[in-house]
Design a protein around this ligand. Structure first.
Ligand code: G6P
Ligand code: MG
Length: 220
């Protein structure tokens, strides 16, 4: 029973989670309030529009539809200015070793990201051509924790959801994988990602024989 892997992008493959945080924080600060790193965990994996809604709730603010759209565009402009100079040096440690191993063993893998910027970012870090399928924020209508993005990825890989292992740095993404019936591996802090089937601080902690094990275990 061969499995496939689905990777989230931001905070899993590449260190862009810090840039999303910076850009959202700037937006909040410009509107006259702030939010914490703990609150930021709730934004990870969450679509652009839902993120802004949450942030405005934290700041107890309401915006007109026009101003809301303007702020979303502004956030994205700032975000893109931060990722502009990015190259394959921003790929997180240990990720390439795992991708190489999957290639050697002909294990298919897909990207499952909420970001509408996923494709250009994959191109910047020179990984675009390596994925067997890419599903991103431009392909889905329901945001994580809805499993839609991962279910489409499984379909594109021609595997059942139960055959998939998902790597995620966000609470919403771990929940999406679990709801979709997939094995979830959290990348980040254990206390934050406690709903995941396994948690690692980063990919350097993951032994290649553990990847084999993952590919052969059933979801409980
Ligand atoms: C990822 C990130 C979120 C981000 C979302 C939408 O899931 O973890 O922080 O808000 O994608 O990204 P976008 O690039 O479309 O604004
Ligand atoms: Mg992420």
């Amino acid at each position: 029973d061969r499995r496939a892997i689905i990777f989230d992008l931001d905070g899993v493959i590449v260190d862009t989670a810090k840039f999303h945080f910076l850009a959202w924080r700037k937006l909040a600060n410009d509107l006259g309030f702030d939010f914490t790193k703990e609150q930021n965990e709730q934004l990870k994996g969450v679509s652009r529009v839902d993120s802004l809604k949450k942030i405005l709730e934290w700041g107890d603010m309401e915006l007109s539809e026009e101003e809301f759209q303007k702020q979303m565009a502004l956030k994205n402009e700032n975000y893109l200015s931060y990722v502009d100079g990015m190259d394959d040096g921003e790929i997180l440690p240990g990720v390439k070793k795992v991708l190489d191993y999957l290639d050697e063993n002909q294990v298919p893998y897909a990207l499952g990201s909420a970001s509408k910027n996923a494709r250009p970012i994959l191109k910047k870090i020179d990984l675009y051509h390596r994925f067997d399928a890419i599903v991103d924020g431009t392909d889905v209508s329901k945001a994580k924790p809805d499993p839609e993005v991962f279910l489409i990825a499984a379909e594109k890989l021609n595997v059942e959801p139960q055959q998939c292992v998902v790597f995620e740095d966000s609470v919403a993404g771990v929940q999406a994988a679990n709801i979709g019936g997939m094995l979830s591996v959290g990348i980040g802090a254990k206390d934050v990602l406690h709903e995941a089937d396994h948690v690692f601080t980063d990919f350097t902690e993951i032994e290649l024989n553990f990847i084999d094990k993952l590919l052969n275990t059933e979801k409980k």
